[in-house]
Each structure stands twice: as structure tokens, then as C-alpha cells.
Design a protein around this ligand. Structure first.
Ligand code: PLP
Length: 425
């Protein structure tokens, strides 16, 4: 079996810990931890072929878009049964109108909202709940802007674990709360921000023997990193020029970067795309840090309608910076108005997503306008969550809604007039 351990990411420390340790910060210096492997050399063509052949298999692991790539996840013993809901295997579709709107680039949308609970969090949750079970956890917990808790609740139910979630009171989408409640999670609503909820959870977790499944749990990122393998496979292993995604707690960009690094190191792909991470203007501490080079400053009252990325203290920023540096990446910030326009552009291609996801597309347009993404570039955007996660966002835009609908009596003449009003000649 491939040797695997937890390793502190700080270059000055680098201390290693056994996989079974359930602490997710370095005991020596407090930095974040990576799951690290000593991969043996592989035959890239044979590995790509093996992954593809598994698409026709009945093994539940092969029907998961995470565990189908299990050679990249050797933290789980080969005999262990992962906790899976058939996550992954999501579509990659071109968005031509959106590409023209953004400034004449080719945009490919990888829709991670097409996962079992409707967000990319499922890719991470299958990995980290499987690791939690292997380590004997009984109660899992997270702080969440909504999607992490929906996903945790589903995978915890599947594994027979209790789940507790800390969420900002009245600040997450109703659909997300409904999902978690149906899966039986206990809900603690904090009068405060996501960052307050996360701080409280961390303060009480150790004493209450809670097993944390936020993205500071490095096993989350192991699952999420497989999205890049799936994208590359769907593209015949030709890397796009750019890979753009929204950034909140910055776990996903860290996962994508780690996945790319490992695939390049194994020789499975020859070059990595440049990563572009996009924050909402009212919640953009990492953007400011990247742009100014100043130490990162938390945003005390993060504000954006894109609630999934309303985060003022992104826990994974050192990992995100590492991944952006090695891919020659970039960071952008966009207004809520720009997010709304991007969401409408995607909708014109028949693609729905939640507001936070559209930030990636809004960022691509801004980077095109600044000349940092050249016209004609091949850009893959990660759509992080499903359109139906936040229908209130759509319905709050009454003008668009009202312009598209007419209520009539059950009467033929009324139907004719309604058609004429809605579809003028
Ligand atoms: C969690 C989430 C994000 C942010 O991802 P991070 O890993 O926290 O940066 C973006 N969009 C959606 C829909 C999410 O659920």
C-alpha cells in the first residue's frame, strides 16, 4: 500500500503525523495539514485506461466519480468500503453564449451542482466521512454557509453517524437547511456570521469529541481534488488554459491545485491550467492580500448575496496561495451586480447554478477585460452549486419574474391574450 500520512504545510516545520490523528492543525506550529503520499511510479497510459474501464463496472466504488480515481486516494485501506452516494460523474458542457459575453473565450462549465446533494461538497464529504468512519468517529460536525451541512448530513446519515451543524442564523438558503433537517442533522443557529459559527465550533469541538468535517479537514480536499481528474478525462487529457472557481473558505481551490500537482507529478497530464479564484467584493480578504502583498486581513462583516461565499476569514488561504503560486494563478473580485449578470449569461445557455457559482464566470469576464485572459483562451469554470439551492435569489428579482408570467382564468380567450402579451409578434 502507498505510504500516506498527514504533513504540516509550513516549510519551516513539515512535521508529519499518522493518518489516524484526528487533529487537523499541526500540533507543533498550528499550520494546516496535507494528506501526503509517497506514490510509486505509475504507467500513465495504463492508469488512464484503468480509470476509463471502470466506467462500465458495477462496483459501487467505480460508480463514484471520486473512488473511480482511488489510486489518487490511497489513505483508505484497499479493503475498506467507502461511504458513497454515487457522487461525481458530473457534466462538462460548453457555454458558447457565455463565452462570447465574457469576451470571446471558450467556456466549459463543469457542473459540480449535479452531485447527490447539489454541490461539490459531496466530493469532499465521501472522502472525509469515509476517513472519519475508519478512525472510529461517532459524531461529525461542521460550520457551514449551507452546502457543507447539507452534504455532511447526507453522508453522516448514510454512515449511521450523528451530525451537528453550526450555521449563521437566517443567513443560509432555506433549501440547504431543509436538506440537512431531512437527513437528521442537529442544527445550532448562531446569531452572527459564518466566521462566528466556525470559531464557536472550534472552541467547543475538542471537549465534546466532535469530529470536524470543515475544509480544514484535509480529507475533504482529497475527495474534491478528483474533480480535476474527471475534467481532464472528459477533455481527453488536454488541459484548459485556465480553471476558474469561486473562493470562500478557499478549500476547493486548494483541492484543485493539489489534484493538478499530483496528476502532473505522476505524468498523467503534462501541464496544469492556471487557477483563477474569484471572491465577492464584500467578502474578498484573499483578493486584497494577493493584490497588495500585505498580510491577510479578515473582513469582520462580510457581505454578498452569494451566501455560499460570504466568508471573512478564509481558513485555507495559505494552501490557496501555494496552489496559485505554482500554477501562475490569479485572484479577482466581483460585485453582486456582476454575479447577477454572469448568472443570466449562463441561463442564456440553459445552465443554472447558485449565485456563488456564477462568480467564477463574472471573474472570467473581468480578467478578459483586463487582458489577463486572452481572447480565444480555453477556460474551464467550476459551477459549485445547483440552481435550486437558492430559488429565492431568482424570485427576489421580481421585475424579471413578473415580465415572464401572466395569471389567467381557465378560459381560451384569456390564454390567447396571454400568449400575445408574452410573445409579441
Ligand atoms: C462551499 C462553496 C463555495 C466556496 O468553496 P470554498 O472551498 O469554501 O472556497 C462556493 N460555492 C458554493 C456553491 C459552495 O457551496
Amino acid at each position: 500500500m502507498t505510504p500516506a500520512y498527514l504533513r504540516c504545510i509550513s516549510s519551516g516545520c513539515g512535521k508529519v503525523f499518522p493518518l489516524a490523528s484526528s487533529r487537523f492543525a499541526c500540533e507543533n506550529c498550528g499550520s494546516l495539514l496535507d494528506v501526503a503520499y509517497e506514490f510509486a511510479p505509475v504507467e500513465p497510459a495504463a492508469l488512464r485506461k484503468l480509470w476509463r474501464e471502470r466506467l462500465g463496472s458495477e462496483d459501487p466504488r467505480d460508480q463514484s466519480g471520486v473512488w473511480r480515481f482511488r489510486e489518487l486516494l490511497p489513505f483508505l485501506a484497499p479493503t475498506a468500503v467507502p461511504v458513497t452516494l454515487g457522487e461525481g460523474g458530473t457534466p462538462l458542457v460548453e457555454a458558447p453564449r457565455t463565452g462570447r459575453w465574457a469576451g470571446g473565450v471558450r467556456i466549459w462549465a463543469k457542473h459540480l451542482g449535479a452531485n447527490p446533494t447539489g454541490s461539490f461538497k459531496d466530493l469532499g464529504m465521501t472522502a472525509c466521512i469515509s476517513a472519519a468512519v475508519a478512525n472510529g468517529a461517532r459524531v461529525v460536525a461542521c460550520a457551514s454557509t449551507g452546502n457543507t451541512s447539507s452534504s455532511m448530513a447526507a453522508y453522516a446519515a448514510r454512515a449511521g453517524l450523528a451530525a451537528v451543524m453550526f450555521v449563521p442564523f437566517q443567513a443560509i438558503a432555506a433549501a440547504k437547511l431543509a436538506q440537512a433537517v431531512e437527513f437528521g442533522a442537529r442544527v445550532i443557529e448562531v446569531r452572527g456570521s459564518f466566521d462566528d459559527a466556525f470559531r464557536l465550533l472550534r472552541a467547543v469541538a475538542a471537549r465534546s469529541a466532535l469530529h470536524l468535517v470543515n475544509s480544514t479537514n484535509p480529507f475533504r480536499l482529497e475527495g474534491q481534488k478528483t474533480a480535476v481528474a474527471e475534467i481532464l478525462e472528459q477533455r481527453g487529457w488536454r488541459a484548459p488554459d485556465f480553471l476558474a472557481l469561486p473562493g470562500g473558505n478557499l478549500g476547493n481551490v486548494s483541492a484543485m491545485g493539489k489534484g493538478l500537482r499530483e496528476l502532473v507529478a505522476l505524468g498523467v497530464m503534462d501541464r496544469a491550467p492556471r487557477l483563477a479564484v474569484v471572491q465577492a467584493e464584500g467578502a474578498a480578504p484573499f483578493y486584497k492580500h494577493w493584490k497588495t502583498g500585505e498580510p491577510i486581513q479578515p473582513v469582520e462583516h462580510p457581505e454578498t448575496e452569494a451566501s455560499a461565499i460570504r466568508i471573512g476569514r478564509p481558513a485555507n488561504w495559505p494552501k490557496a496561495r501555494r496552489e496559485l503560486e505554482w500554477t501562475g494563478g490569479m485572484v479577482e473580485s466581483v460585485t453582486d451586480g456582476e454575479i447577477e449578470e454572469a448568472k443570466a449569461a449562463l441561463a442564456s445557455d440553459g445552465i443554472g447554478c447558485e449565485p456563488a457559482s456564477a462568480a467564477s464566470v463574472a471573474g472570467v469576464r473581468k480578467l478578459c477585460r483586463a487582458g489577463r485572459i486572452p481572447a480565444g483562451a480555453d477556460v474551464c469554470v467550476i459551477l459549485t452549486g445547483h440552481q435550486l439551492k437558492d430559488p429565492d435569489y431568482i424570485l427576489r428579482r421580481r421585475e424579471r419574474f413578473e415580465a415572464a408570467r401572466v395569471v389567467i382564468d381557465a378560459d381560451e380567450e384569456a390564454a390567447r391574450r396571454a400568449l400575445e402579451a408574452l410573445l409579441p409578434a
